[in-house]
Every structure is written in C-alpha cells, then in structure tokens.
Design a binder for this molecule. Structure first.
Ligand SMILES: *Cc1c(COP(=O)(O)O)cnc(C)c1O
Length: 368
C-alpha cells in the first residue's frame, strides 16, 4: 500500500541542499575553495564564543536550559525590553516555522514577496496554509501591492528587511504607513536577519511596533553578523501574548547548550562584531566597484551580500567559478537567471574571486 501523504506535503519542494564543500572539491578535483555563497560571516565565529562553547562541552550530558535564561537576560538588557518578549529558536528559521504552527490554520493565508527568502513559502505550505505571492517592484517589497493581496483569510505577512536576495530596505515612514493600513488580526513578521549591516540612518526600530493594533514580530539571528550559522540560534521579539503561544508549540529544549553559551559570548564580543561590520562594508564597496570595472552591474545593498548582473547566464558562470574553487550563489531559484549573489569574504578571498570572475567572464564572453 502506498503511503498516504497530504497533497500540500507531497507538493513541497525541498530546500536545495548544496553538497558539503569537501564533496564539491572531490568532484571537481579542486582544493582550498572559498565560499561566498551563503551570507555567512567571513571572519569566522567570535573567538570568545569559541572559548565559551569549548568550556561548556563537559556539561553536554545535561539537557539545555529550556528558558535560555542567561541569553535572554543579557539580550533583554541590551535591547531594553522585558525578557518575556524574547523567544529563542534553533536559528530564526525555526521561529518562522513556529509562527506558522502557532498562528496559521489550514486554508488560511500568508502574504509574501517574490523573490524573497525561500523558507517563508515552504513553512506556510507545510502547515497547510496558502501563499499569496506578490512580485517585488524595482527589487523592493511592493508594500501597496502586498496590502492589496490581504484578504479576510490573511493571518500573517512576511517581510524581510533588508530583503534577501536583493538587499533593499524600506524606511520607517513607509513601514508605519503600511502598518496603518493592515487590517487588525494580521501579524506582520519583520525578518531582520541582516539588520546589523544597515546604515544606522536607514534602520527602523522594531520595538516601537510590537504593541500596535497590528502586532509586529521581529526576527533576528546569530547566523550572520555574529558568525554562528553552524550553531543554529536566533530569536523573535514580540509582545508577551504572542510569545506565550510560540512557547506552547516549540520543543522544550529547542536551543542547545553550546548555542546558548556561544550566542551569549558572541553578544558580548563587541570587538569582533565591530570588525565584522567594518570589514563587510569596506569589502562590499571594493567588490562592487571592481565588478563594475569588469562590465557587470552591482546592485546597491544594505546587507552583507549583493546581486551582480553578469550580462549572461548566472548558472553557467556559477559552474565556471566553481571549477576554479570559488563558490557563489546562482539566482535561478529566485527568478534572476542572469544574476549571481555574492557575500564578500576576507580581502584575499575577494581578490581571488575577482581574478576568477575576470577569467570566467572572458571565457564565457560575458560582461564587457
Ligand atoms: C540567513 C537568513 C536568516 C537566518 O536564518 P537562521 O535560521 O537564523 O540561520 C533568516 N532570514 C533571512 C531572510 C535570511 O537570509
């Protein structure tokens, strides 16, 4: 007897897994490759986080603290919010899923953009919800069209700011105007995975919107600016009423001990954080100028990555760069077949990327 699977589960498209670097290297006969594909922190994890993680290992026979007590206390103090407003997850990805599990019933709707982070649509579908997808306009969230897509069945709106993969942001004014028009009863999820990299003048303060008639849930992560993507820890900032529901659907020990300890130490490592932002800003500007010189178009971005229109087939360029040990992200899955997305690495890695890019563009006949 074939296994019975609900059509909304059978129709899910798995997240493109990506092979381990070691496998890619074996397949392509290369070594020492560099990965500029996943918006990770080029400088690595904070040394203080590594020390804290190492120090906690002897206690791994114990279950983690299910309340993330110390991490919540430190973060609450830094954000000047009560710790009851914070909910931690196994990466902010888990929180996206928990929001859908808590607030979305079968057949109810969520409005998202396209292209944006691919996880939103997936968790909605997995939950039996319905995606209403609104195209970006000039590579930005089209807030007016998103409002027009809201119906009586809409429960949530997912907005990442900056948007992945375009790196664009909306302003506080635009967001407030938008919130004023969202019907009550809808939750607006503001995914701030890249908020650390945004120009301070362009940054909006999610704390101001938690208690409005349209509740906002802000999502943050330790995977990007804090350099702990492999550890899996992120959090949501929301009013207590919503946090209570998330606690009911989450697993009691969803954040491991190393993740809690590492995140806390990373939070306290101001030096590594500052160096990360500095290096990212500097290398991003340098790379954008250099790829423009090579005849490509670099798109301005408020995040730690940016899109490049390479004037050819992005997938072909991706393959070509891969054979030289340089891993970038092709954008076919996002609907930009002529673009690649790149996350600046360390200065020497970026030099190598530029050399390989120049070579590949020449061989493929793209760019200038
Ligand atoms: C990288 C990223 C995240 C982070 O996910 P984690 O599960 O915390 O690693 C969240 N949202 C967006 C838009 C991202 O690009």
């Amino acid at each position: 007897m074939p296994i019975k699977v609900a059509p909304h589960i059978a129709g899910l498209i798995p997240y493109p897994p990506g092979k381990p670097i070691e496998e890619l290297e074996r397949e392509y006969g290369i070594s020492g490759s560099i990965k500029l594909a996943s918006n990770e922190n080029a400088l690595g994890p904070s040394p203080k986080a590594l020390a804290a993680i190492t120090a906690c290992l002897a206690g791994l026979h114990r279950y983690p603290d299910g309340s993330c007590y110390y991490l919540a206390r430190e973060l609450a103090q830094r954000l000047a919010v009560p710790s009851q407003r914070l909910v931690f997850g196994n990466g902010s990805n888990e929180l996206i899923g928990l929001l859908a599990a808590a607030f979305l019933a079968s057949g109810e709707e969520v409005v998202t953009s396209h292209p944006t982070f691919l996880v939103y649509q997936n968790v909605v579908q997995a939950q039996g919800g319905v995606n209403r997808v609104v195209p970006l306009k000039d590579m930005r969230h089209d807030l007016a069209a998103i409002l027009a897509a809201v119906s009586e069945r809409t429960r949530m709106i997912f907005l990442d700011n900056p948007n992945n993969p375009t790196g664009t942001v909306f302003s506080a004014g635009e967001f407030e105007d938008f919130l004023g028009r969202v019907p009550e009863g809808v939750i607006v999820v503001l995914d701030e995975a890249y908020v650390d990299f945004v120009d301070p003048e362009l940054r909006l303060d999610a704390r101001r919107y938690l208690d409005g008639p349209v509740p906002v849930v802000a999502l943050r992560t330790f995977s990007k600016a804090y350099g702990l993507a492999g550890l899996r820890v992120g959090y949501g900032l929301m009013r207590e009423e919503l946090a209570d529901y998330i606690h009911r659907v989450r697993q009691p020990f969803n954040v491991s001990t190393p993740a809690q300890v590492g995140a806390l130490a990373a939070l306290e490592d101001d030096e590594h954080y500052r160096l990360t932002l500095e290096t990212t800003a500097r290398e991003k500007a340098r790379l954008a100028a250099a790829v423009t010189e090579l005849g490509c178009r670099a798109f301005a971005s408020q995040a730690n990555f940016f899109l490049i229109d390479i004037g050819g087939d992005g997938r072909a360029l991706y393959e070509h760069l891969l054979r030289q040990g340089v891993i970038v992200r092709p954008m076919n899955a996002y609907g930009y077949p002529g673009y690649i997305r790149i996350t600046p690495g360390k200065p020497a890695e970026n030099d190598r990327f530029l050399r390989s890019l120049e070579q590949s563009l020449k061989e493929l006949g793209y760019g200038r």
